[in-house]
Design a protein around this ligand. Structure first.
Ligand code: NAP
Length: 409
């Protein structure tokens, strides 16, 4: 961070959404480290009130190795430094006023905040359409509405993704996404209409006595992918992020707005120390699958039939065809964190590998997964999470490369 940025941050108050997330905690650590004279940080958590927000902050943010330099610097004084600088807020960006129920707290934030940083999102490529729209699209709108109430706001920083530009090769300029402009030029893209399509589908599924939570989840995932593909985006995640950008651009008025579009962020580069990553999910950034390269989508030709699903998001692996949805309509009320505990895992193999490409990949994955198991055992014994995560992320990377080289989607 250049000295002018550090100077700018002096005595400023920053509000951060998605504070338990990978990027947000790196941001929070950096701010506290390079500009201890920040006035205040408000961190928004999905939590059942103050106690549970505090628990999440301690376990999922400062409890991480990422904060070890700050712990060394402040020692026993860290607690009082954090109490002075950090305010925890329970909320949910899919709700008006970001789900912050305490009106006194809202008034205080609206008076004090200089910079609002929106990092909260669902980064699952095939997220349910209802969840992705609520969070990545309308969540961005709720954040903008909230920022407009902050009387001293100097910047709304919204974190998007480079992949809102789709999968075009070559140099891609960072042009804004204009309301209603589809990536493939198809007419008729209308966010309100997308919401109605999503709601109609969900209502229909919920009214049907034959559907269960699992089928509803699969149908809502499928709908998101189809709507994204229809307008030229490769998946629900980047489509709903692009729609979020459209809303921000369209409705910002005179709000000073910056939209950041990172590509894939794997780990810290130099600060606070090189190579900090958070489990496997952050390295892999979503879910992918591999199907035998001799299969032809849309036909009955399935090659040798080998199919491998890789789910690198937290929690148990959920192959598309074996998915275990848990709730038909995810709760959007504050304090209902639906995030399962982190369970690093890699790949699930379905079917027999019979052609040479698939056999090679299956063997390689078996070897690498065995290596991950050994690392997990070592982790338990040695408690060296940074070594573990780095090495297993490297292994996952190798698996991805293998999939990419053969036929990955
Ligand atoms: N990581 C990358 O490589 C990468 C690359 C490009 C762009 N990005 C963008 O960077 C941002 C952060 O990504 P990340 O990798 O840090 O994601 P992440 O680790 O999955 O974090 C997402 C955060 O959003 C929070 N969240 C989810 N639903 C919420 C809700 N309804 N209200 C409030 N908070 C909610 C999550 O809280 P819970 O803990 O309660 O679930 C979590 O703190 C995203 O906008 C993503 O699009 C990331």
């Amino acid at each position: 961070m250049g000295s002018t940025i550090i100077d700018f941050l002096d005595n400023k108050t920053i509000f951060v959404t998605g504070a338990t997330g990978f990027l947000a905690k790196i941001f929070v650590e950096k701010i506290l480290r390079v500009q201890p004279d920040i006035k205040k940080l408000y961190l928004l958590f999905r939590a059942n009130g103050a106690e549970s927000a505090l628990q999440r902050f301690e376990n999922e943010v400062v409890g991480k190795d990422l904060f070890k330099n700050l712990k060394e610097k402040y020692g026993a004084r860290l607690q009082s430094f954090l109490s002075e600088k950090v305010n925890l807020v329970a909320g949910d960006i899919t709700c008006e006023n970001l789900g912050i129920q305490d009106s006194f707290m809202n008034e205080q934030i609206w008076r004090e905040v200089d910079i609002l940083v929106n990092v909260a999102a669902s980064t699952k490529f095939n997220e349910r359409y209802d969840v992705a729209l609520a969070l990545n699209t309308y969540g961005a709108k709720f954040v903008l509405d909230y920022a407009k109430k902050c009387v001293n706001i100097k910047l709304l920083l919204h974190v998007s993704t480079a992949y809102v530009s789709g999968e075009k090769p070559g140099l891609i300029l960072e042009n804004p996404h204009h309301m209603g402009h589809a990536l493939n030029g198809v007419n008729g893209l209308d966010i309100e209409q997308e919401k109605r399509i999503m709601e109609d589908k969900l209502n229909m599924l919920e009214a049907d006595r034959k559907t269960n939570d699992k089928t509803i989840t699969l149908a809502m995932r499928d709908l998101g992918m189809r709507r994204a593909n229809h307008y030229g985006w490769p998946n629900t995640y980047v489509f709903t992020k692009a729609l979020g950008e459209m809303i921000l651009g369209h409705s910002r008025g005179d709000m000073p707005l910056v939209i950041l579009r990172p590509t894939i962020i794997t780990s810290t580069y130099k600060e606070p120390f090189p190579g900090w990553i958070e489990g496997i999910r952050d390295h892999s950034y979503g879910q992918r699958y591999y199907a035998c390269p001799n299969s032809k989508p849309g036909t009955t030709e399935r090659g040798c039939g080998y199919f491998m699903w890789m789910d690198a998001s937290p929690g148990p692996s959920t192959p598309q065809s074996h998915s275990s949805g848990t709730s038909s309509r995810p709760s959007h009320s504050p304090g209902t964190s639906s995030r399962p505990s982190h369970s690093p895992r890699s790949a699930q193999n379905l079917g027999m590998a019979e052609c040479s490409n698939c056999k090679f990949l299956a063997e390689r994955i078996k070897t690498l997964e065995a290596r991950i198991s050994v690392l997990e055992g070592q982790l338990e014994m040695e408690r060296h999470p940074e070594n573990h995560t780095l090495e297993s992320a490297g292994i996952l990377h190798e698996i991805y490369q293998g999939m990419r080289n053969l036929n990955m989607e």
